[in-house]
Design a protein around this ligand. Structure first.
Ligand SMILES: C[S@@+](CC[C@H](N)C(=O)[O-])C[C@H]1O[C@@H](n2cnc3c(N)ncnc32)[C@H](O)[C@@H]1O
Length: 440
């Protein structure tokens, strides 16, 4: 009979699945925690997130200590080592207890044959830690746990600020809330939070945004179940400005799931003629319905391909289209550290073609004089500026809506000649790209 699962073995299995299968860490954790004692959940989550967040630094450390390539090790062995290295960095458990626990985890799982190697490599790390850590700290990519391809892309697109961007992607993200101004003002809600013992502050440049001093479980937030607030990054909340919503408009959210921006639009302008939320992934669409229902908001929700509107579009054009396109997500890595493990350069290189296709297809649904807002949560020029530039080259009837016409825009981001790039960490936001187009 196998020994009972520990937080370490459950974490190692979750991390190994991310490495092996490219699933999200949240999906791997959900699976790993089925049948586990609920008291283990917080430690499993924090060990797994810590290991994934530091994974590429851990690989670099192991590369200095092993005589064989790290990638030749089994996924589970790498995951056990990464969990242990995270615990050593975290310094909450005594060093030798961490090493022993890693060895025991290996013995209790399919990694038993590697228990000697795990013991040897971790003990060697403890002996040589000072020099190994100093060498790792001298190189920006491993220091900030970034894969080399990511560091190379940041450097190519942001030659002056690439190390700053690696550091920002390695930082902990703050928890931002969007207050439904129909139900409370931000100052009222900050007061409600304070009464509940939760410290927060308003962001005056985005008049419905609040940031918490420390992340909280959403169920601790007053009025969360009634839709008074939603969790949404500050960068994502900026979508309302370039859209310039107004009563009576027909609005399409073309890539809507999980519905954060759909709900924001419904909250910001309650008198739209129609709000249609489309997503190709029916699983993720159930989240859109959940988000709308919680806040008692309404929209038509369609599982459909936005790039093939012939199958679902009724022929009446939209005044506003939000295209929050699928992207590499390199602006939100601090929130989703598993992106670094799950994406590859070849995946990213396929995205501009998909983004261009979605842009061309949804453009056909826009009214003359209407506005299409293109959004990504990434930093690569190929998915942002270049997509818009190529589109404008092909579409003489399309022109840019300048940022001066994005009513209320909080001044975030920098102009790249086409749109605004918010870099991760600016004003505490994730990295987002916005461009607005109009049809003549
Ligand atoms: C960046 S996410 C959207 C996030 C969402 N707008 C929000 O704020 O919560 C991109 C979405 O595009 C969807 N998607 C990808 N290809 C699509 C397509 N061809 N048609 C419609 N949706 C698509 C994905 O399923 C994913 O949910």
């Amino acid at each position: 009979m196998r020994p009972a699962a520990t937080a370490r073995s459950l974490s190692a299995h979750a991390v190994a699945r991310v490495l092996r299968e490219g699933v999200t860490l949240d999906a791997a954790l959900k699976n790993a925690l089925v049948g586990a004692e609920s008291k283990l959940t917080p430690s499993v989550r924090s060990l797994s997130y810590g290991a994934v967040r530091g994974y590429f630094r851990h690989e670099a450390i192991l590369g200095k200590l092993l005589s064989t390539p790290v990638r030749s090790l089994d996924f589970l062995v790498r995951a056990i080592l990464s969990v242990a290295l995270y615990e050593l960095e975290d310094e909450r458990s005594p060093q030798y207890a961490v090493v022993d626990a890693a060895v025991q985890t290996a013995k209790a799982t399919d990694a038993g044959r590697a228990s000697g190697l795990i013991n040897a490599v971790l003990r060697r790390y403890l002996r040589e830690r000072k020099s190994v850590d100093a060498e790792i700290a001298s190189r920006p990519a491993p220091r900030h746990a970034a894969p080399i391809w990511m560091a190379d892309r940041f450097r190519a697109d942001w030659p002056v600020r690439w190390t700053q961007l690696l550091a920002a992607s390695d930082a902990q993200a703050p928890m931002w809330l969007r207050v439904n101004r129909r139900l409370a003002t931000t100052s009222e809600y900050v007061a409600q939070l304070r009464a509940a013992g939760i410290e927060a502050r308003e962001e005056p440049r985005v008049p419905y945004a609040i940031v918490l001093d420390a992340p909280r479980d959403v169920h601790e937030l007053p009025g969360f179940a009634q839709g008074v607030v939603s969790v949404q990054d500050l960068g994502a909340q900026c979508v309302a400005f370039p859209l310039a919503l107004a009563p009576g408009q027909r609005v399409l959210d073309a890539c809507a799931a999980p519905g954060g921006k759909t709900a924001l639009m419904a909250e910001r302008e309650p008198n739209l003629a129609k709000l249609t939320a489309v997503d190709i992934d029916p699983h993720r669409l159930s989240k859109v319905r959940e988000n709308l229902n919680r806040a008692q908001l309404d929209a038509e929700v369609l599982a459909a391909d936005a790039a093939a509107p012939g199958a679902w579009w009724q022929g009446e054009p939209f005044d506003r289209i939000l295209l929050d396109a699928p992207c590499s997500g390199l602006g939100v890595i601090r929130r989703h550290p598993d992106i670094r493990l799950r994406k590859s350069p070849s995946d990213i290189d396929k995205l501009p073609a998909l983004q261009g296709k979605l842009l061309r297809a949804t453009w056909e649904l826009l009214k003359v004089g209407g506005r299409l807002v293109y959004v990504t949560c990434t930093l690569t020029r190929s998915e942002n500026r270049n997509v818009i530039a190529a589109f404008l080259d092909e579409h003489r009837e399309a022109s840019l809506v300048p940022v001066e016409a994005w009513e209320g825009w909080p001044g975030f981001g920098e102009d790249d000649g086409f749109g605004r790039q918010i870099l991760p960490g600016e004003a505490g936001a994730d990295g987002f790209y916005y461009a607005a187009l109009t049809k003549t």
